[in-house]
Ligand binder design. Structure first.
Ligand code: ACO
Length: 385
């Protein structure tokens, strides 16, 4: 076969135009629709960011209130879906539970049967409603499963809390403090979108066949589950707990690097400078560490960062968002295996936003393989093989 350009891993390949988010890897900058992530994280809510990503502008008060009211009304999940989740073994990975739950929800969406078909991408209002339903119900699936496996009564969603605060409330059965609510909201904003990452791209591949938003989001959840994508924050936290104290950090890092092992929560395919999301979370991790008595963990992280930047900063290796998000969730008392589902609860904004945008000028995503198998084989009947 003649030589064709091969793009294994699609490294550096541009597959579509998008106006949702832009990463300047060299400068360590991230923007959503032109707004600096720092401004959005500090000044906006997750709901405002969701609106921004899907509709291309920040909402006014009425637009925001209307969307929040719709979302709050849609938080509860059908009894049948609760039952399906309750039947899963308690040690099912929460990402598998989330995938199953979202898949099951599709059967209960009043809009889906009306629009299913070759023009599904043209039903804009219905698709926005479907997207908001999925986004609103995902935290409920995660919180319900968490309480079921703990043997605790379910805490039903409240309509008067924000998306982030309600999620913590359903998990804990108590309202989060202002700082806890703010940090969760901020974590959701920071993870809401990040260019053509693997899970977003997979959502788009599914949507490009004119399949529906439920199927797309299930594709996204499936892709995010892998430790090369959503799972690094768990690994970074485990490492910090293993190090145990700041005075052991240098020796641990140096030994790992001597053995050519990677330090989790450092380095990024696109960022070759400090990940802006890590910088924001670091500030809040410090506050939270003081409030929750986790100063040893935070100081250990600072020391790991200091040693890493000293040794590898020159190669463009700095902390990424996962280095600080794992700590933050841990300090909030969230079990480690829920870190990736929280990522999904946030990233669904980007997944759906990109699908809605891509559907405007949908093209089937269908690349090709360079065939390396044999040609011209003679068929041998089964009896004589
Ligand atoms: N610790 C130690 N060395 C590292 C690290 C690290 N975390 N990251 C990269 N390097 C080194 C590599 O060993 C390699 O060294 P060499 O040139 O001597 O061979 C060099 O830096 C380049 O590494 P690549 O893997 O080619 O760089 P790439 O940019 O493709 O890697 C990646 C990005 C995969 C994220 C990498 O930095 C890594 O494995 N980090 C740890 C896992 C992690 O934190 N992932 C989360 C990413 S953020 C997110 O997904 C939300």
């Amino acid at each position: 076969m003649s030589e064709v350009p091969l793009h294994i891993g699609l490294r550096g390949i541009y597959v579509a135009k998008s106006s949702l988010s832009y990463i300047d890897g060299a400068a360590g900058k991230l923007i959503y629709r032109g707004y600096a992530i720092e401004d959005l994280a500090e000044k906006a809510s997750y709901e405002e960011v969701l609106y921004l990503l899907w509709f291309g502008k920040l909402p006014n008060k009425k637009e925001l209130e209307d969307m929040k009211t719709f979302m709050a009304e849609e938080r509860e999940i059908p009894e049948q879906v609760v039952e399906i989740i309750s039947k899963l073994p308690k040690d099912t990975h929460p990402m598998d539970v989330l995938r199953t739950g979202v898949s099951a929800l599709s059967g209960f969406d009043p809009d889906l049967p009306k629009i299913w078909g070759p023009k599904i991408n043209e039903y804009k209002e219905e698709n926005v409603r479907i997207g908001l339903r999925i986004t609103s119900k995902m935290p409920t699936i995660v919180a319900y499963f968490y309480r079921m496996r703990e043997g605790k009564e379910l805490v039903h969603p409240r309509k008067d809390l924000s998306h982030a605060a309600n999620f913590l409330y359903m998990m804990w059965g108590r309202e989060p403090t202002e700082l806890e609510g703010k940090i969760m909201d901020m974590a959701l904003i920071l993870h809401a979108d990040h260019g053509a990452n693997a899970s977003t791209f997979n959502c788009m591949v599914t949507a490009s066949t004119l399949s529906d938003l439920y199927s797309s989001v299930v594709s996204g959840i499936s892709t995010l589950k892998g430790p090369w994508h959503g799972g690094a924050n768990e690994a970074a936290l485990r490492m910090l707990l293993e190090i145990g104290s700041p005075d052991r950090a240098r020796e641990y890092v140096e030994e790992k690097l001597r053995r050519k092992e990677r330090i989790m929560g450092f380095g990024h395919r696109v960022y070759k400078a400090y990940d802006p999301r890590a910088r924001i979370l670091k500030k809040y991790a410090e506050k939270l560490a003081k409030e929750t008595g986790n100063e040893n963990l935070f100081q250990t992280a600072l020391e790991v960062e200091k040693v890493m930047v000293e040794l590898l900063g020159g190669k463009g290796i700095f902390p990424n968002v996962d280095f600080y998000s794992g700590q933050v969730y841990h300090m909030l008392g969230i079990p480690t295996d829920l870190f990736t589902p929280i990522f999904a609860i946030s990233r669904v904004a980007g997944w759906i936003g990109h699908v809605l945008e891509y559907w405007e000028e949908n093209v089937l995503i269908r690349p090709r393989f360079v065939y390396t198998g044999p040609m011209h084989q003679e068929f041998v009947p089964l009896e004589v093989r």
